[in-house]
Design a protein around this ligand. Structure first.
Ligand code: FDA
Length: 324
Protein backbone atom coordinates (compact mmCIF):
# COMPACT_ATOMS: atom_id res chain seq x y z
CA UNK A 1 0.00 0.00 0.00
CA UNK A 2 1.42 3.39 -0.96
CA UNK A 3 1.82 6.48 1.22
CA UNK A 4 -1.49 7.96 0.13
CA UNK A 5 -3.28 4.65 0.81
CA UNK A 6 -1.79 4.48 4.32
CA UNK A 7 -2.87 8.07 4.97
CA UNK A 8 -6.43 7.24 3.86
CA UNK A 9 -6.49 4.17 6.13
CA UNK A 10 -5.43 6.38 9.07
CA UNK A 11 -8.28 8.83 8.52
CA UNK A 12 -10.92 6.14 7.77
CA UNK A 13 -12.35 6.19 11.33
CA UNK A 14 -12.85 9.95 10.96
CA UNK A 15 -14.84 9.63 7.74
CA UNK A 16 -18.60 10.16 8.16
CA UNK A 17 -20.45 6.84 8.45
CA UNK A 18 -22.55 7.49 5.33
CA UNK A 19 -19.37 7.99 3.28
CA UNK A 20 -17.80 4.74 4.55
CA UNK A 21 -21.17 3.11 3.82
CA UNK A 22 -21.19 4.36 0.26
CA UNK A 23 -17.66 3.23 -0.52
CA UNK A 24 -17.86 -0.10 1.31
CA UNK A 25 -21.24 -1.12 -0.13
CA UNK A 26 -19.43 -3.24 -2.71
CA UNK A 27 -18.25 -5.56 0.11
CA UNK A 28 -21.62 -6.46 1.63
CA UNK A 29 -25.03 -7.32 0.25
CA UNK A 30 -27.06 -4.90 2.37
CA UNK A 31 -28.64 -4.91 5.81
CA UNK A 32 -31.19 -7.69 5.43
CA UNK A 33 -31.78 -11.11 3.95
CA UNK A 34 -33.94 -9.84 1.11
CA UNK A 35 -31.07 -7.62 -0.10
CA UNK A 36 -28.77 -10.66 0.09
CA UNK A 37 -31.20 -12.69 -2.05
CA UNK A 38 -31.42 -9.82 -4.56
CA UNK A 39 -27.62 -9.62 -4.83
CA UNK A 40 -27.33 -13.40 -5.31
CA UNK A 41 -29.98 -13.33 -8.03
CA UNK A 42 -27.93 -10.72 -9.86
CA UNK A 43 -24.61 -12.54 -9.47
CA UNK A 44 -26.07 -15.90 -10.51
CA UNK A 45 -25.88 -14.47 -14.03
CA UNK A 46 -22.08 -14.44 -13.65
CA UNK A 47 -22.04 -18.18 -12.97
CA UNK A 48 -21.46 -17.77 -9.24
CA UNK A 49 -22.72 -19.81 -6.31
CA UNK A 50 -22.59 -18.46 -2.77
CA UNK A 51 -21.75 -18.86 0.88
CA UNK A 52 -23.80 -16.57 3.09
CA UNK A 53 -22.38 -14.86 6.17
CA UNK A 54 -24.51 -13.01 8.70
CA UNK A 55 -22.26 -10.15 9.75
CA UNK A 56 -21.08 -10.11 13.35
CA UNK A 57 -18.28 -11.73 15.34
CA UNK A 58 -17.40 -12.80 18.86
CA UNK A 59 -20.24 -12.21 21.29
CA UNK A 60 -19.83 -11.24 24.93
CA UNK A 61 -23.06 -12.69 26.38
CA UNK A 62 -24.91 -15.88 25.39
CA UNK A 63 -28.11 -13.85 24.84
CA UNK A 64 -26.48 -12.36 21.74
CA UNK A 65 -26.20 -15.84 20.19
CA UNK A 66 -29.98 -16.06 19.82
CA UNK A 67 -29.88 -13.53 17.00
CA UNK A 68 -27.39 -15.63 14.99
CA UNK A 69 -29.24 -18.90 15.62
CA UNK A 70 -32.51 -17.37 14.40
CA UNK A 71 -31.06 -15.41 11.50
CA UNK A 72 -29.11 -18.40 10.13
CA UNK A 73 -32.34 -20.40 10.44
CA UNK A 74 -33.99 -17.79 8.21
CA UNK A 75 -31.06 -17.97 5.78
CA UNK A 76 -31.54 -21.74 5.48
CA UNK A 77 -35.26 -21.23 4.81
CA UNK A 78 -34.44 -18.65 2.13
CA UNK A 79 -31.96 -20.99 0.41
CA UNK A 80 -34.56 -23.79 0.44
CA UNK A 81 -37.43 -21.52 -0.75
CA UNK A 82 -35.50 -19.76 -3.51
CA UNK A 83 -33.43 -22.75 -4.67
CA UNK A 84 -30.38 -20.47 -4.87
CA UNK A 85 -27.10 -22.43 -5.03
CA UNK A 86 -25.74 -21.36 -1.65
CA UNK A 87 -24.37 -22.66 1.62
CA UNK A 88 -23.66 -21.11 5.04
CA UNK A 89 -20.52 -19.59 6.54
CA UNK A 90 -20.66 -19.02 10.26
CA UNK A 91 -18.32 -17.92 13.00
CA UNK A 92 -18.35 -20.24 16.03
CA UNK A 93 -17.61 -17.39 18.46
CA UNK A 94 -20.81 -15.65 17.33
CA UNK A 95 -22.63 -18.72 18.71
CA UNK A 96 -20.72 -18.49 22.01
CA UNK A 97 -17.86 -20.98 21.47
CA UNK A 98 -15.65 -19.03 23.88
CA UNK A 99 -18.37 -18.52 26.51
CA UNK A 100 -20.40 -21.73 26.64
CA UNK A 101 -18.99 -24.25 24.15
CA UNK A 102 -21.68 -26.86 24.87
CA UNK A 103 -24.58 -24.53 24.07
CA UNK A 104 -22.71 -23.11 21.08
CA UNK A 105 -22.13 -26.60 19.70
CA UNK A 106 -25.77 -27.55 20.26
CA UNK A 107 -26.96 -24.48 18.31
CA UNK A 108 -24.54 -25.10 15.46
CA UNK A 109 -25.52 -28.78 15.34
CA UNK A 110 -29.21 -27.90 14.96
CA UNK A 111 -28.40 -25.73 11.94
CA UNK A 112 -26.09 -28.36 10.44
CA UNK A 113 -28.82 -31.03 10.85
CA UNK A 114 -31.41 -28.88 9.16
CA UNK A 115 -28.92 -28.05 6.39
CA UNK A 116 -28.06 -31.77 5.97
CA UNK A 117 -31.71 -32.59 5.34
CA UNK A 118 -31.61 -30.20 2.40
CA UNK A 119 -28.14 -31.04 1.01
CA UNK A 120 -26.75 -27.72 2.18
CA UNK A 121 -23.16 -27.42 3.37
CA UNK A 122 -22.06 -25.44 6.44
CA UNK A 123 -18.60 -23.89 6.65
CA UNK A 124 -17.20 -22.79 10.00
CA UNK A 125 -15.11 -19.70 9.30
CA UNK A 126 -11.76 -19.86 11.08
CA UNK A 127 -11.09 -17.12 13.59
CA UNK A 128 -7.92 -16.38 15.55
CA UNK A 129 -5.60 -19.02 17.07
CA UNK A 130 -7.58 -19.25 20.35
CA UNK A 131 -10.23 -21.22 18.50
CA UNK A 132 -8.26 -23.14 15.85
CA UNK A 133 -8.29 -26.47 17.72
CA UNK A 134 -11.83 -26.12 19.18
CA UNK A 135 -13.19 -25.37 15.69
CA UNK A 136 -11.44 -28.37 14.12
CA UNK A 137 -12.63 -30.59 17.00
CA UNK A 138 -16.19 -29.35 16.58
CA UNK A 139 -16.16 -30.33 12.90
CA UNK A 140 -14.77 -33.79 13.74
CA UNK A 141 -17.49 -34.38 16.37
CA UNK A 142 -20.23 -33.41 13.89
CA UNK A 143 -18.87 -35.93 11.38
CA UNK A 144 -18.76 -38.49 14.16
CA UNK A 145 -22.50 -37.88 14.66
CA UNK A 146 -23.16 -38.58 10.99
CA UNK A 147 -23.14 -34.95 9.80
CA UNK A 148 -20.69 -34.84 6.91
CA UNK A 149 -22.01 -31.55 5.47
CA UNK A 150 -19.62 -29.46 7.53
CA UNK A 151 -16.03 -28.31 7.16
CA UNK A 152 -13.82 -25.49 8.28
CA UNK A 153 -11.10 -23.15 7.07
CA UNK A 154 -7.36 -23.66 7.32
CA UNK A 155 -5.10 -20.63 7.29
CA UNK A 156 -1.90 -20.87 5.24
CA UNK A 157 -0.11 -18.44 7.56
CA UNK A 158 -0.27 -20.77 10.59
CA UNK A 159 2.71 -23.10 11.08
CA UNK A 160 0.35 -25.88 12.18
CA UNK A 161 -1.73 -25.99 9.00
CA UNK A 162 0.10 -28.74 7.08
CA UNK A 163 -0.11 -30.94 10.19
CA UNK A 164 -3.82 -30.14 10.56
CA UNK A 165 -4.50 -31.16 6.96
CA UNK A 166 -2.82 -34.50 7.57
CA UNK A 167 -4.60 -35.14 10.89
CA UNK A 168 -8.03 -34.15 9.58
CA UNK A 169 -7.52 -36.49 6.62
CA UNK A 170 -6.71 -39.35 8.96
CA UNK A 171 -9.96 -38.70 10.85
CA UNK A 172 -12.37 -37.74 8.05
CA UNK A 173 -10.83 -39.39 4.99
CA UNK A 174 -12.50 -38.29 1.75
CA UNK A 175 -15.18 -36.37 3.70
CA UNK A 176 -12.58 -33.72 4.60
CA UNK A 177 -13.65 -30.41 3.09
CA UNK A 178 -11.44 -27.36 3.59
CA UNK A 179 -11.44 -23.74 2.62
CA UNK A 180 -7.79 -22.73 2.34
CA UNK A 181 -6.91 -19.05 2.66
CA UNK A 182 -3.98 -16.96 3.86
CA UNK A 183 -5.66 -16.09 7.17
CA UNK A 184 -6.79 -12.62 8.07
CA UNK A 185 -5.69 -12.52 11.74
CA UNK A 186 -2.26 -11.09 12.48
CA UNK A 187 -0.88 -13.96 14.53
CA UNK A 188 2.39 -13.89 16.52
CA UNK A 189 5.54 -15.07 14.77
CA UNK A 190 6.06 -18.07 17.06
CA UNK A 191 2.97 -19.68 15.51
CA UNK A 192 2.66 -18.03 12.10
CA UNK A 193 4.51 -16.80 9.06
CA UNK A 194 4.46 -13.02 9.02
CA UNK A 195 6.17 -12.05 5.76
CA UNK A 196 4.01 -11.62 2.66
CA UNK A 197 5.88 -14.05 0.42
CA UNK A 198 6.21 -16.68 3.19
CA UNK A 199 2.44 -16.52 3.76
CA UNK A 200 1.76 -16.88 0.04
CA UNK A 201 4.05 -19.87 -0.39
CA UNK A 202 2.73 -21.54 2.79
CA UNK A 203 -0.81 -21.08 1.46
CA UNK A 204 0.17 -22.65 -1.86
CA UNK A 205 1.73 -25.59 0.00
CA UNK A 206 -1.46 -26.03 2.03
CA UNK A 207 -3.54 -26.10 -1.17
CA UNK A 208 -1.22 -28.77 -2.63
CA UNK A 209 -1.31 -30.85 0.56
CA UNK A 210 -5.10 -30.70 0.80
CA UNK A 211 -5.43 -31.73 -2.87
CA UNK A 212 -3.03 -34.63 -2.30
CA UNK A 213 -5.02 -35.89 0.71
CA UNK A 214 -8.15 -36.22 -1.44
CA UNK A 215 -9.95 -33.44 0.45
CA UNK A 216 -12.43 -31.12 -1.21
CA UNK A 217 -10.60 -27.80 -1.54
CA UNK A 218 -12.13 -24.32 -1.58
CA UNK A 219 -9.33 -22.11 -2.88
CA UNK A 220 -10.08 -18.77 -1.23
CA UNK A 221 -7.80 -16.06 -2.52
CA UNK A 222 -7.72 -13.02 -4.80
CA UNK A 223 -3.96 -13.21 -5.08
CA UNK A 224 -3.02 -13.92 -8.69
CA UNK A 225 0.05 -15.89 -7.50
CA UNK A 226 -2.20 -18.27 -5.58
CA UNK A 227 -4.82 -18.52 -8.32
CA UNK A 228 -2.11 -19.29 -10.92
CA UNK A 229 -0.40 -21.79 -8.64
CA UNK A 230 -3.75 -23.51 -7.99
CA UNK A 231 -4.61 -23.76 -11.69
CA UNK A 232 -1.27 -25.47 -12.32
CA UNK A 233 -1.69 -27.71 -9.25
CA UNK A 234 -5.13 -28.78 -10.51
CA UNK A 235 -3.84 -29.44 -14.01
CA UNK A 236 -0.91 -31.49 -12.63
CA UNK A 237 -3.43 -33.72 -10.83
CA UNK A 238 -5.69 -34.07 -13.87
CA UNK A 239 -8.41 -31.96 -12.23
CA UNK A 240 -10.45 -29.28 -13.93
CA UNK A 241 -13.85 -28.04 -15.09
CA UNK A 242 -16.17 -30.82 -16.17
CA UNK A 243 -13.62 -33.56 -15.36
CA UNK A 244 -14.70 -36.09 -12.73
CA UNK A 245 -12.27 -35.91 -9.81
CA UNK A 246 -9.51 -38.42 -10.71
CA UNK A 247 -7.82 -38.51 -7.26
CA UNK A 248 -7.76 -41.99 -5.77
CA UNK A 249 -8.29 -40.69 -2.25
CA UNK A 250 -11.27 -38.48 -3.15
CA UNK A 251 -14.89 -39.38 -2.55
CA UNK A 252 -17.75 -38.97 -5.03
CA UNK A 253 -18.82 -35.44 -6.03
CA UNK A 254 -21.33 -34.09 -3.50
CA UNK A 255 -24.41 -31.92 -4.13
CA UNK A 256 -23.53 -28.23 -4.46
CA UNK A 257 -19.83 -28.97 -4.93
CA UNK A 258 -17.37 -28.93 -7.82
CA UNK A 259 -15.20 -31.84 -9.02
CA UNK A 260 -12.95 -31.84 -5.95
CA UNK A 261 -12.36 -28.10 -5.76
CA UNK A 262 -13.80 -24.65 -6.25
CA UNK A 263 -12.57 -21.06 -6.20
CA UNK A 264 -13.94 -18.70 -3.56
CA UNK A 265 -13.78 -14.90 -3.44
CA UNK A 266 -15.20 -12.18 -1.25
CA UNK A 267 -18.09 -10.08 -2.54
CA UNK A 268 -16.72 -6.93 -4.17
CA UNK A 269 -13.12 -8.14 -4.50
CA UNK A 270 -11.49 -9.09 -7.81
CA UNK A 271 -14.76 -9.88 -9.58
CA UNK A 272 -12.76 -9.78 -12.81
CA UNK A 273 -10.72 -12.87 -11.83
CA UNK A 274 -13.82 -14.66 -10.54
CA UNK A 275 -15.77 -14.02 -13.76
CA UNK A 276 -12.81 -15.21 -15.85
CA UNK A 277 -12.55 -18.45 -13.85
CA UNK A 278 -16.32 -18.98 -14.13
CA UNK A 279 -16.14 -18.49 -17.90
CA UNK A 280 -13.46 -21.18 -18.02
CA UNK A 281 -15.95 -23.50 -16.29
CA UNK A 282 -14.52 -23.53 -12.75
CA UNK A 283 -16.99 -23.55 -9.89
CA UNK A 284 -16.77 -20.08 -8.30
CA UNK A 285 -18.31 -19.16 -4.97
CA UNK A 286 -18.89 -15.67 -3.65
CA UNK A 287 -18.62 -15.12 0.11
CA UNK A 288 -21.63 -12.91 0.66
CA UNK A 289 -21.92 -11.05 3.95
CA UNK A 290 -25.03 -9.11 4.91
CA UNK A 291 -26.43 -7.57 8.07
CA UNK A 292 -26.54 -4.49 10.22
CA UNK A 293 -22.86 -4.84 11.27
CA UNK A 294 -21.74 -3.70 7.80
CA UNK A 295 -19.71 -0.75 9.10
CA UNK A 296 -17.06 -2.80 10.92
CA UNK A 297 -16.79 -5.30 8.04
CA UNK A 298 -16.62 -2.53 5.41
CA UNK A 299 -13.86 -0.67 7.26
CA UNK A 300 -11.85 -3.88 7.60
CA UNK A 301 -12.09 -4.58 3.87
CA UNK A 302 -11.15 -0.99 3.00
CA UNK A 303 -8.15 -1.15 5.34
CA UNK A 304 -6.98 -4.30 3.53
CA UNK A 305 -7.40 -2.81 0.11
CA UNK A 306 -4.04 -1.88 -1.42
CA UNK A 307 -5.74 0.69 -3.71
CA UNK A 308 -7.94 2.14 -1.01
CA UNK A 309 -7.38 5.80 -2.00
CA UNK A 310 -8.21 5.12 -5.64
CA UNK A 311 -11.28 3.04 -4.74
CA UNK A 312 -12.64 5.79 -2.49
CA UNK A 313 -12.12 8.41 -5.17
CA UNK A 314 -13.66 6.19 -7.82
CA UNK A 315 -16.69 5.28 -5.67
CA UNK A 316 -17.41 8.92 -4.89
CA UNK A 317 -16.89 10.39 -8.35
CA UNK A 318 -17.80 7.42 -10.57
CA UNK A 319 -20.41 5.59 -8.42
CA UNK A 320 -21.42 3.21 -11.22
CA UNK A 321 -17.90 1.71 -11.07
CA UNK A 322 -18.36 0.67 -7.38
CA UNK A 323 -19.30 -2.90 -8.43
CA UNK A 324 -20.03 -5.86 -6.23
P1 FDA B 1 -4.07 -10.40 -0.93
O1 FDA B 1 -4.53 -9.76 0.34
O2 FDA B 1 -2.64 -10.32 -1.28
O3 FDA B 1 -4.95 -9.80 -2.08
C1 FDA B 1 -4.67 -10.08 -3.44
C2 FDA B 1 -5.26 -8.97 -4.30
O4 FDA B 1 -6.67 -8.92 -4.14
C3 FDA B 1 -4.80 -7.56 -3.92
O5 FDA B 1 -3.58 -7.25 -4.50
C4 FDA B 1 -5.93 -6.71 -4.46
O6 FDA B 1 -5.83 -6.56 -5.84
C5 FDA B 1 -7.13 -7.57 -4.16
N1 FDA B 1 -7.73 -7.24 -2.88
C6 FDA B 1 -7.50 -7.86 -1.71
N2 FDA B 1 -8.28 -7.32 -0.75
C7 FDA B 1 -9.00 -6.35 -1.35
C8 FDA B 1 -10.01 -5.45 -0.90
N3 FDA B 1 -10.41 -5.44 0.36
N4 FDA B 1 -10.58 -4.61 -1.80
C9 FDA B 1 -10.20 -4.62 -3.09
N5 FDA B 1 -9.24 -5.44 -3.56
C10 FDA B 1 -8.66 -6.29 -2.71
N6 FDA B 1 -9.58 -15.50 6.63
C11 FDA B 1 -9.62 -16.11 7.84
O7 FDA B 1 -8.74 -15.92 8.67
N7 FDA B 1 -10.65 -16.96 8.13
C12 FDA B 1 -11.64 -17.24 7.24
O8 FDA B 1 -12.53 -18.00 7.55
C13 FDA B 1 -11.60 -16.60 5.98
N8 FDA B 1 -12.54 -16.82 5.03
C14 FDA B 1 -12.39 -16.33 3.76
C15 FDA B 1 -13.29 -16.66 2.75
C16 FDA B 1 -13.07 -16.24 1.45
C17 FDA B 1 -14.02 -16.66 0.38
C18 FDA B 1 -11.94 -15.44 1.14
C19 FDA B 1 -11.66 -15.02 -0.25
C20 FDA B 1 -11.09 -15.06 2.14
C21 FDA B 1 -11.30 -15.48 3.45
N9 FDA B 1 -10.45 -15.09 4.48
C22 FDA B 1 -10.53 -15.71 5.71
C23 FDA B 1 -9.51 -13.96 4.28
C24 FDA B 1 -8.16 -14.41 3.79
O9 FDA B 1 -7.51 -15.12 4.81
C25 FDA B 1 -7.29 -13.21 3.38
O10 FDA B 1 -7.12 -12.37 4.46
C26 FDA B 1 -7.87 -12.39 2.24
O11 FDA B 1 -8.50 -13.18 1.29
C27 FDA B 1 -6.76 -11.62 1.55
O12 FDA B 1 -5.81 -12.53 1.03
P2 FDA B 1 -5.64 -12.84 -0.54
O13 FDA B 1 -5.21 -14.25 -0.67
O14 FDA B 1 -6.87 -12.48 -1.26
O15 FDA B 1 -4.39 -11.97 -0.97
Amino acid sequence: MGLLGRAVVTVLPLMPRFMVGWVSRRYHAGEDLSSAVKTMRRLEGEGACFTIDVLGEEITTMEEATFFVEEYGRVLEAIIDTGIDANLSLKPTAFGLLIDPTIAEGSIEKLVRKAAGNDIFVRLDMEDHRVTQPTIDLVARMHDRGLSNIGTVLQGRLHRTLGDIEKISEILGSAADHRICKGIYLEPENIAFTGRSDITSATNQAIDAALDCGAYVGIASHDTNIVKHSLTALEDRGMGPGIPDPRELAGPQRPGKGPGYEFQMLLGVRGDIRRRLAKQGHRTRVYLPYGSKWYEYGVRRLRENPDVAWHITKALFFPWSNRR
